[in-house]
Design a protein around this ligand. Structure first.
Ligand SMILES: Nc1ncnc2c1ncn2[C@@H]1O[C@H](COP(=O)(O)OP(=O)(O)OP(=O)(O)O)[C@@H](O)[C@H]1O
Ligand SMILES: [Mg+2]
Length: 261
């Protein structure tokens, strides 16, 4: 798909043969007495899609915030392209190729679809190329193209989700992180959002997606991690996890730490 141009530039070989794009070791996040993440470790390889599933309060958003550098961890390391992200200003992290689509579809409601997309490209100097990419998005995702001059606040929930994902792509990320993109959307609309993620992956952008919606997250990902109480309880492919009773137990927090990894 030509409209989606990440920094990744296509598949870069199998993740096993390369240093991971994103490497997380012993990541701990605390809010006062609450431990949101408890020594979490995982890798995302170049071109991979990794999903994290877990119930309310599992620590999913805290994980993405710690990677993006907007929450300061109590311990551990996050390395992206071989360099630490913790303690870096957010703009620097975005320039290095990490884009976060936060929970809740934060469009700028009074601005048009086009204006929202332009905002996604503000860190770039190649404004003419960014404008061409926006036109490419409008062709690839006609739902957005037809509404280019409409206020973003008047879009449906699914359209707003597409818009914030497209906006994030305009920073040309190598790694796109999404926080519960299907939350509150009807199954048919969720299908469209996940089809969009599949196109993004085909363009060589790595994806880290967190979801409560386990079925979708399993299907899209090369590997899924089950997070509960700030701890990875289990991980595997869709074939390994789907329909596996241990997976359900891990999701609901019944499995021992590190059980059935
Ligand atoms: N700013 C904060 N201050 C205090 N506690 C927080 C804060 N943010 C999150 N927490 C707590 O940290 C834990 C993990 O929260 P987090 O938002 O990361 O979970 P989540 O998996 O994203 O949940 P959800 O599915 O509801 O979005 C929860 O117990 C939550 O109440
Ligand atoms: Mg959350």
């Amino acid at each position: 798909m030509t409209a989606i141009a990440g920094q990744g530039g296509g598949r870069q070989g199998s993740a096993e043969t390369l240093a991971p794009l994103l490497s997380i070791r012993g990541l701990t996040v605390r809010y006062g007495p609450i431990t949101a993440l408890d020594g979490l470790s995982l890798d995302v390889g170049a071109g991979q899609v990794i999903s994290i599933v877990g119930p309310n309060g599992a620590g999913k958003s805290s994980l993405l915030a710690a990677i993006a550098g907007t929450v300061k961890p109590a311990g551990g390391q996050v390395t992206f392209k071989g360099q630490p992200t913790i303690g870096q200003p957010l703009e620097q992290t975005v320039r290095r190729g990490i884009a976060l689509v936060p929970e809740g579809r934060h469009v700028l409601a009074s601005l048009t679809v086009l204006e929202n997309l332009r905002l996604g490209a503000t860190i770039r100097r190649d404004t003419a190329e960014a404008a061409r990419e926006i036109e490419g998005f409008f062709k690839t995702f006609p739902i957005l193209g037809e509404r280019r001059n409409k206020s973003a606040g008047r879009l449906s929930g699914g359209e707003q989700q597409m818009l914030v994902i497209a906006r994030a792509l305009l920073s040309k990320p190598t790694l796109l992180m999404l926080d519960e993109p299907s939350l509150g959307l009807a199954p048919k609309i969720t299908d469209q959002i996940y089809a969009m993620l599949a196109s993004i992956r085909e363009a060589g952008v790595s994806i880290l997606v967190v979801e409560q919606n386990a079925a979708r997250a399993l299907r899209v990902a090369d590997r899924t991690y089950v997070l509960n109480g700030g701890i990875i309880r289990m991980s595997g492919t869709e074939a390994e996890l789907s329909g596996n009773p241990d997976f359900e137990a891990a999701y609901f927090g019944l499995a021992p730490r590190g059980g059935a990894q």
